[in-house]
Design a protein around this ligand. Sequence first.
Ligand SMILES: [Zn+2]
Length: 60
Amino acid sequence: MKAKITCPECGMEAGVQTPKNGCLPFAKCTSCGKLIAAKPPSCCVVCSYSKSKCESSSVK
Ligand SMILES: [Zn+2]
């Protein structure tokens, strides 16, 4: 699925493609180019920086 994450560096929304089965621990901001890492204890950047959750956490 596609999710939008808010970059902690520049505050812009970056669209990311999340894997079907699993988390996305890192994503590259399409605006500033920074590598966004998941914020513990979240498993992935979608859970950390988006209003939506990744697929793996929604099925748990
Ligand atoms: Zn950014």
